[in-house]
Design a protein around this ligand. Structure first.
Ligand SMILES: C[S@@+](CC[C@H](N)C(=O)[O-])C[C@H]1O[C@@H](n2cnc3c(N)ncnc32)[C@H](O)[C@@H]1O
Length: 497
């Protein structure tokens, strides 16, 4: 509806609702009610350009997923692209003073002279160019180095500016003069990043909330994902940080924006400082250090298939993350947490001794001899039973809760693995005479499981987008695949899905 011949078009409540639904669906961006004037303001010009009379007409256009180009325009209008050179400068001090020296140390120990960094949500390019300048300056000379910086954004307009790499004096004011002199050359309209630096950066349109658009085959030493996730809702943030974590080198770092606190959002990353995060597991698979107290309280986790209500753990109950190959039991009360795709976690409980434990395994049997035995069900089950018995548990009292073997991956390799795992674990427990009192196997989604070892209660949450889990499992499976041809012959890895 037009407010007047030349006045702004009014955005009605149902139109705003519809637009924010589309924006959320396409970009994961969660717009609060207070953003209504901003949406109305930013889309006025687009309506005029298209000759549309009302926001309802525009909504009809973007509701149709066939209109991908207009959806892109919509997101371009809505995204907030504020950025600057050396924004949040402590991250670049960290890159220069900690990350690069660590890489140099590894190079001295024989690792290749290779650096991979991702600026995820790079806006108009100031962030990736600052990264490139910092790295190049810290290395002194790029000769012999294989440095690649991926810079991505959803907004095609900002990507174009980023790649064009021309900035005016005002924008360059935060770049120290020696760096400006070394890495920029004068052009019409300002200064352009020079060819040596431009050669380090690749630009790509990547929608951070659409994991199918990532298609990234490398692992990064550092991921900058700053001032982007702030616009997403919590489940989207959780999935995003899991996905980013899966693309970090075990020695890598994830840097978030000053107001993006990952506490409770990720159980695969732990904070080093407010905005610096590292993967939980070191290359050896051992934990880097104690897991911080979770901000997500268990009441947020829907109940498991067992008839239990929400847990009320004492605040001092330790929480332990169990990775692939992990086995843990406790007689003093612990909350064991894991995330599963096609893998299996078995939770055993002795109600009388109040001893409980969990394992997390990848495949039923070991045919390679090359990997930690606890990655295989047949060993992981024995290890869990033994650990429980050492703590005073008695085998005849054990009951089991079994989770995983998710079928979310289609008819490819992990689907096949999931089925084998489910068959194996149920047969194993039946043979051992251990009753299965609850199970969630073969779901069409990944699972997050928390097991209270004292009470024997399990809390399960399903989530559909879990690239972190899927990727981690794929990597484990790929490692096994290359370890043994006879084994690879048995299960087709990375078959056409
Ligand atoms: C405020 S800027 C941050 C730029 C830079 N990282 C910084 O901290 O200076 C946020 C950027 O995230 C991008 N963005 C928003 N949603 C996105 C999504 N779903 N996928 C990829 N980028 C997105 C926006 O287009 C915008 O350029």
């Amino acid at each position: 509806m037009n407010a007047g011949a030349s006045g702004p078009t009014q955005l009605l409540p149902h139109e705003f609702e519809g637009l924010r639904r589309v924006i959320r669906q396409v970009a994961g961006i969660h717009l609060r009610e207070t953003k209504k004037p901003l949406v109305a303001g930013r889309l006025q010009r687009r309506l005029r350009e298209l000759g549309l009379e009302s926001f309802s007409d525009y909504l009809r256009l973007v509701e149709d997923s066939a209109n991908g180009d207009e959806r892109k325009e919509l997101i371009n209008c809505i995204t907030t692209n504020k950025t600057s050179f050396f924004r949040e400068p402590h991250h670049f001090d960290f890159l220069r003073g900690k990350v690069i020296p660590e890489i140099l140390e590894r190079v001295r120990a024989g690792m290749p002279k290779r650096i991979r960094i991702w600026s995820a949500g790079c806006s108009t390019g100031q962030e990736p160019w600052t990264i490139a300048m910092t790295v190049a300056d810290a290395l002194g000379s790029l000769a012999g180095w294989d440095v690649r910086i991926l810079a991505s954004d959803l907004d095609t307009n900002v990507l174009e500016s980023a790649e064009h790499a021309v900035y005016d004096d005002e924008e360059l004011a935060s770049v120290p003069a020696p760096l400006r002199d070394r890495w920029f050359e004068p052009v019409a309209g300002g200064h352009r990043v020079n060819g040596a630096l431009r050669a380090l950066v690749t630009f790509r349109r990547i929608n951070l909330v659409d994991f199918s658009s990532w298609k990234i085959r490398t692992h990064f030493d550092v991921i900058f994902c700053r001032n982007v996730a702030i616009y997403f809702d919590r489940p989207t943030q959780e999935a995003l940080f899991d996905g980013l974590a899966s693309l970090l080198e075990p020695t890598g770092y994830l840097l978030s924006g000053h107001s993006e606190n990952l506490h409770g959002l990720s159980h695969v990353l732990r904070p080093l400082g407010n905005t610096v995060h590292v993967p939980m597991a070191q290359p050896s698979g051992a934990l880097r250090g104690p897991r911080p107290a979770p901000a997500v309280q268990p009441r947020n986790i829907p109940p498991s298939p067992s008839p239990s209500s929400s847990p009320s753990p004492s605040p001092s109950t330790p929480e332990i993350a169990i990775q692939v190959g992990g086995v843990q039991a406790s007689a003093t009360g612990a909350r064991l947490r894991t995330t599963l795709g096609s893998c299996i976690a078995v939770c055993l409980h002795d109600p009388e001794a109040q001893v409980g434990g969990m394992n997390h395994f990848l495949l039923p049997h070991d045919r390679t001899g090359n990997r930690g035995p606890s990655s295989f069900g047949v060993h992981a089950m024995e290890m869990l039973i033994n650990a429980m018995m050492k703590l005073g548990g008695e085998r005849h009292r054990f009951v089991a809760k079994v989770f995983g073997a998710s079928q979310q991956f289609g008819p490819g390799s992990q689907h096949h693995v999931a089925k084998k795992n489910a068959d194996f674990v149920l047969r194993f427990l039946a043979d051992e005479g251990i009753p299965v009192v609850a199970q969630k196997l073969g779901a069409r989604s990944a699972l997050s499981v928390v097991f209270d070892t004292a009470e024997g209660r399990a809390f399960v949450r399903t989530f559909n987008r879990a690239p972190g889990v899927v990727e981690a499992e794929r990597r484990h499976l790929a490692a096994l695949s290359s370890a043994s041809r006879s084994f690879a012959d048995d299960i087709t890895f990375f078959g056409a899905a």
